[in-house]
Structure formats: C-alpha cells, structure tokens
Design a protein around this ligand. Structure first.
Ligand code: PAF
Length: 315
C-alpha cells in the first residue's frame, strides 16, 4: 500500500479498531514501538517491517512507567514533526503513527483525582498525574532476564518496558513487532514475555545500526560533546577488538572482558557493566566460551550513559 503522510492516532480504541479493520481486509500488521526522537536505527526497523508485513504502525510514546523518580522524564528529547518527516523519508512511509497522550489514564474518577491533587499541592499543577499511573497497578516482570546488567542499575526499568509493550501489543494487535538488538536485554525480555504469556506475536530483533565512526545509534548521542563522542568510540572499538581476539583463538571470557574494560577506562569512560553472557538466558559466562555469547556494555561518558553489545556466535 503506497502512501505518504501517516495517519496519526492518539486514542487507543481508535487504534485497535484500525488494526482490526486491516486484519479484516487480510492485511498483516507490523509494529515498531519507539519513544520518538527517531534515528536511522528506528528507520531500519521500519524498512525491515516493510519486508515482512502489509501495514506498519510506529508507536511514539515516552513511557513514564520505565523511568525512576530520579530519572527526568520531562527532559527526554522529542521532535514529533521531525519524526514524521523521517518516517515519510522511508520508501513506502508508515501507515499509522500511534501517539497516545497517556496510556495509564483509565478515565474513571480522573476529574476527582485532579481536584484532590490540586487541593494537596495548592498550585494547580497537575502534571505529576501524567506520570503517576493514575491507579495503574498491574506490572509484568520477567524475573530472571531482568535481574542482571541494565536491571541492576535501573531496577524498575524492564518492568516498565515489559508492561508498556504488553499494553501496546494489546492495543495494536500486531502480527510482528520489531526491536533493535542494541537494547539486547530488552529484546530478549520481550521475546520471553511473548513466549511465556502466549501473545502469538513474532518478535524480531534487528541488527545494530552504527554511525560511520562505529558508534551505535542512540537518541542519547545528541548529548555527547565532540570530546565525549571521541571517548565513547572506545565502546565499539573495544568490542570489535574483543571479537578479533576471540576469532584469533582467545576463548577466555575474563581476559576478553578485561581487555574491553581496560580500553574504555583508558579512554575516560566510567563502566557501569561489561559482561559476557549467554545469548539466550543472559547468564554470565565466566569461563571458556563454548556457546553463543554476547558482550554487553554500559558505560558513562560525562553524564551520558551509553549501551552497546556484540554477538559472538562461535569462537
Ligand atoms: O526501546 C524503547 O524505545 C522503549 O523501551 C520501548 C520499547 C518503546 C518501550 O517504551
């Protein structure tokens, strides 16, 4: 279906109706969930969706459920009109941009709660209600996969991701959903959730898209000064170096891990974690590598936390 401007839908019932009408016409639906501020990595997911499904929905929703109170939701970068332009630049565009205001607003009793909140605060500012969940009390936890790596420093993050993705699946009812492998742990968690809860949706993991200098694309890269960006290249360079070492016969995961840690610290980065983990269950592999592993990194460059990873299928 050729098209130019996507239909922007903000209401979840309208979204569901649209999907159901497409399915009634025999069309398969692809979903690319995003938090906006799109980059080439997201667009590559849209291109992949074009290969696999008839119609494509991109959701743009900054999910309050995955931000801790200490993490500032309001400063998350956004550029809705820029996002639409980028989506239009992909051959075939996308059919729908689902852009809900608040997926945790269930309507009933809202006015009363707003009045109460106004009384309590006295300043009429009810913006906190957008983030508070408005009585939402159901969360999905993928117990083991969410424990390690990013889950250690961001304890509520994956609970929030799994829950909002489940909500999006229930609203959009896609056949296939597309995620970037840059967020490796997130991708595996969603796959596990879909399997365990029988969603009947295929979860595709797409390869990491890198800039010409090798840095994995991320909405956070805009916060890097030129100097920090140069430092940050140590992430991808050290991963490629580890891969080369492994290909040349180094199978000791501790040695490979140490080489990565050393390169990043030498460049000025502060390590959150560097782990060699099993690709399926994400358990640390702290011995000779004999099965498919993935090197996962999170490191700080100034105030910017970046993640990256590299799969090593056989060593
Ligand atoms: O990867 C992201 O942008 C988000 O975590 C997601 C999957 C859209 C859920 O909010």
């Amino acid at each position: 279906m050729a098209m130019t401007e996507p239909l922007v839908i903000t209401d979840k019932n309208q979204m569901r109706q649209w999907s159901r009408s497409m399915r009634a016409q025999g069309k398969t639906i692809g979903l690319v969930p995003t938090m906006g501020y799109l980059h080439e990595g997201h667009l590559s997911l849209v291109r992949e969706a074009h290969q696999r499904t008839h119609v494509i929905v991109v959701s743009i929703y900054v999910n309050p459920g995955q931000f801790a109170p200490t993490e500032d939701l309001s400063t998350y970068p956004s550029d809705f009109s820029g996002d639409i332009k980028k989506l239009n630049s992909v051959p075939g565009g996308v059919h729908v941009v689902f852009h809900p205001h608040n997926l945790y607003d269930y309507g009933a009793g809202k006015e009363e709660r707003i009045e109460k909140e106004k009384e309590k605060k006295g300043d009429g500012d009810v913006s906190c209600l957008d983030n508070s969940g408005l009585g939402h009390e159901t969360w999905i936890k993928v117990h083991n996969l969410e424990k390690g790596m990013c889950g250690k420093s961001r304890p509520i993050f994956f609970r929030g991701v799994a829950t909002v993705v489940a909500k999006l699946f229930n609203i959009v009812e896609p056949d296939i959903a597309f995620f970037g492998k840059k967020d490796y742990q997130q991708w595996r968690i969603i796959q596990r959730m879909v399997r365990d809860l029988d969603f009947g949706i295929e979860v595709v993991g797409s390869e990491i898209v890198r800039d010409a200098d090798g840095l994995a694309l991320s909405s956070r890269n805009v916060y890097l000064s030129p100097e920090l960006r140069t430092q940050a290249l140590s992430i991808n360079q050290s991963l490629y170096q580890a891969k080369r070492l492994a290909e040349n016969g180094e199978a000791n995961s501790i040695k490979l891990r140490d080489s990565v840690v050393h390169s990043i610290e030498e460049a000025g980065g502060k390590i959150d974690y560097v782990e060699v983990v099993d690709q399926e269950n994400l358990e640390a592999v702290e011995e000779t590598i004999v099965r498919p592993v993935v090197f996962c990194i999170a490191a700080w460059f100034g105030k910017v936390r970046l993640i990256d990873n590299m799969e090593m299928i056989s060593v």
